[in-house]
Design a protein around this ligand. Sequence first.
Ligand SMILES: C[S@@+](CC[C@H](N)C(=O)[O-])C[C@H]1O[C@@H](n2cnc3c(N)ncnc32)[C@H](O)[C@@H]1O
Length: 273
Amino acid sequence: MSLADRLRRWFGPSSGTVGASDATTTERPTHGAYDRLARWYDWSGAIAFSDTCVELTLRALRDARLEPRSCLDIACGTGSFLMAMERRGAFAVGVDRSHAMLVEARDKAREQHARLALVCADMREFQLGRRFELVTCFYDALNHLPDTIGVAAAIETAARHAEGGGLYVFDTNNERMFQRVWSGPRATIDVVSGDVEIDYHYDPVRRTGSAQVTFRRRGEPPVTGWVHERCHAARELERALESAGFVLESRGPHPYFADPSESLKDLWIARKR
Ligand SMILES: C[S@@+](CC[C@H](N)C(=O)[O-])C[C@H]1O[C@@H](n2cnc3c(N)ncnc32)[C@H](O)[C@@H]1O
């Protein structure tokens, strides 16, 4: 039985609603925000974050003595990470639920003569029919899933695509991020020729947050989208990794946000058994 069928059997047929182990959550369409914001996503500073992920992943690969010939980037967005892997000789495949983000990735790859395979799918349930030596999932994409069952499904799906001995590298926003940043107030980040304004709301009981993101680029009308995230407990992720057949090698501070001792983001490195 496919994962989609199992989820439907457990939680009913409504495709827009996914049940949680601790609560039932109505899923809100975060990917709609990315469809709206896709054209401005790289402009907003995301490439610098991606460059850090490339560096951290290359270090993890060196430590593991791996030179992957294939890379699957899940929730690949506009493809910056994938392009860096492709330039290093990897067969590079990206999956994302937002068609508009993938269009940006495709156009960027064409301009830079990079060969990427891009698939529009939900990270909780896709089947590409092959395995990869490196599987990644960056920029708190797993936090976009509204419940534990979704995270477990996404990790199980990543595991089905990982070669034995291969690495699974991802980051998550941690409790400090939600308590310090997502609890508000509003943040304004200056970027070249404009700014990004983010209005945060965090519910510590439900462990869910919403961010209203407005991109204001000089000379263009502002564009707004809502991003919804959940603060997944580290032990939920550890359990999901273990039951999907990954061995956790390390969980450490992701240095991109704040000083590492007070990091707001965790970097996870796991190896497929
Ligand atoms: C913050 S962006 C990160 C993009 C890219 N990984 C990066 O580092 O720039 C989050 C991405 O997750 C994607 N996403 C969110 N929920 C998803 C899901 N259920 N399945 C696949 N992609 C999803 C969004 O469309 C968006 O491109």
